[in-house]
Structures are given as C-alpha cells and as structure tokens.
Design a protein around this ligand. Structure first.
Ligand SMILES: [Zn+2]
Ligand SMILES: [Zn+2]
Length: 275
C-alpha cells in the first residue's frame, strides 16, 4: 500500500476535486467487482477506492500531502470498505441516484431477492476426470413455493401495506438533545423494512416464498478437470426470498486417489509423483 495515491487514480498532484472524482468514476466502472470479479481487479478496486477516499476529503488529502499515513486512524465509514459498495450505490452517489428513491430515504426494501449460490462436492475417478463424464446428482436447495408462487401469502390473501409506516418501510425517530431535535430514519420494526406485512402467511413456506426440496440433476463434467475444479451450473442454486431468482450451483470436483493395489511398492517406479 505504498503506492502514490495520485498515481493510483492517474491524476496530477494539483488535480481539483472534479478531476479526482471523474478519474475515480472512470476507474470504478472498470474495476468494480460487479463488473469484473477476479481477485486481482478487486484488490485494485480496493486500492483505488482508498485513494479516492483520502483525496476526496480535504482534511485527509492535506494530511496525506504533508506526508502523513493516509490509512492510519481517522478512517471509518465513507468509502473505507470500497468493495462493500454495490455498483449501483457508487453510481447513485455520482449521478444523484436516478432510478433510486427520492431524497432522504431508501424506501421499502423488496421481499424478492436473489438466492445464494450453493456448493456440492462430487468424487469422480481419475479416468472420468481425464475424459469427462456425466453424473446424476442429488441436490437439496430452496425452490419456489408452488402454493403461493413466491408471494408468501396464503391462498386468497395478499400482503397488505404496513399500517405502522404506511408502506414507506422506515419510520422517523426524533430525539431531543441540547442541540435541538435530531431526526433519523430507521427500518420499520413492524414490517422489517418491507413496507408490507403478510397477515395470513402461506402454510407451506411460512411466508418465505420458497421451500426446501431435493431433486436429481444431471451434471456434465468436462474432460481435463482436477481436484478443486468447480463446475458452475447457473440458476441451479438456492431460490431467493420471495421467490427471487436462484443463485448458481457449484460442483466441486474431488478426484478419487488411485490405489495401485496390484503394484507392489518395491516395483513401483521411482518418480516422486508415484508414492
Ligand atoms: Zn408459500
Ligand atoms: Zn412498516
């Protein structure tokens, strides 16, 4: 982390705020994990985000220009966790949040979210690893609840607007202090931020919109895999809350150790790989 922060962003030392912002915006578009998930790029994105965090803050920038450690103390919040920000968050920050919610709040959050990826391990023979093989696999994941089609409400009923927050998903909290009133928004406790409640939840999924199910799928393992290779089956992972799109299923290959039972140890070749 000893790289020059100005160099990281590709700007000169006397660059003004607008130039720095523009440079970071350009880099964030190329390097953001949602766009480019490989680890090296993510590391670079973190560095660039740190650089932007320092150089976009007049105090931190002045401190850095005087030779101070840009990452020692005084951090926290802001862009400290660059990689933790979604692409949309960053773009919203720059473009004033078109497509986002109105000023001052984020609005209710959706009940529908993408599901998680799932991982299962599969042991195959060495010959199968070399030449490829098709296997049947039993997988146990969340699937869409057919009873309520993901909505979470029992037959004949639907989610209703939350009476506590009137659908906003958040409630204002006013605290009095000697400085005056401090008004903060927090997620509505009655609906947990959804803006709606399910008065009569679906019996099969308890309102989650998905149920666990075991099914058999056919996986084609390509030739030339090795222990640790992961075969990705998109959309075969866990269905998300509210019947959201399924994550991916990863099948991790484990090549069974060969046991040269017919070959006595003494007659085995002396190659180091053969023990
Ligand atoms: Zn259901
Ligand atoms: Zn509410």
């Amino acid at each position: 982390m000893s790289q020059d922060l100005y160099e990281l962003l590709g700007v000169s030392r006397d660059a003004d705020d607008a130039t720095i912002k523009k440079a970071y915006r350009k880099l964030a578009r190329q390097l953001h994990p949602d766009v480019n998930p490989d680890p090296e790029t993510q590391e670079k994105f973190k560095e660039v985000s740190h650089a932007y965090e320092v150089l976009s803050d007049p105090d931190k920038r002045a401190h850095y220009d005087r030779g101070g450690d840009p990452f020692g103390g005084g951090m926290g919040g802001g862009f400290g966790q660059g990689a933790g920000f979604s692409f949309t968050d960053i773009m919203d920050a720059f473009f004033g949040g078109q497509g986002g919610q109105a000023q001052g709040g984020r609005g209710p959050r959706s009940r529908v979210r993408r599901g998680q990826d799932a991982l299962i391990r599969l042991e195959i023979e060495l010959a199968e690893a070399a030449f490829g093989v098709t296997h049947e696999l039993k997988v146990d994941t969340a699937v869409l609840c057919e009873t309520c089609k993901g909505e979470g409400a029992a037959a004949g009923s639907h989610p209703v607007t939350c009476v506590t927050c009137h659908g906003a998903g958040e409630v204002a909290q006013v605290q009095r202090s000697f400085l005056g009133e401090i008004r903060t928004l927090r997620p509505c406790p009655a609906c947990r931020g959804f803006g709606s409640t399910i008065p009569d939840p679906c019996r099969d999924c308890s309102g989650d919109g998905r149920v666990r199910s075991r099914r058999t799928i056919t996986v084609k393992i390509p030739a030339g895999v090795d222990t640790g290779t992961r075969v990705q089956l998109s959309g075969q992972g866990e269905v998300g809350p509210g019947g959201g799109p399924a994550g991916d299923l990863f099948v991790e290959i484990q090549v069974a150790p060969t046991t040269p039972s017919s070959v006595a140890a003494t007659t085995c070749c002396a190659r180091s790989a053969c023990r």
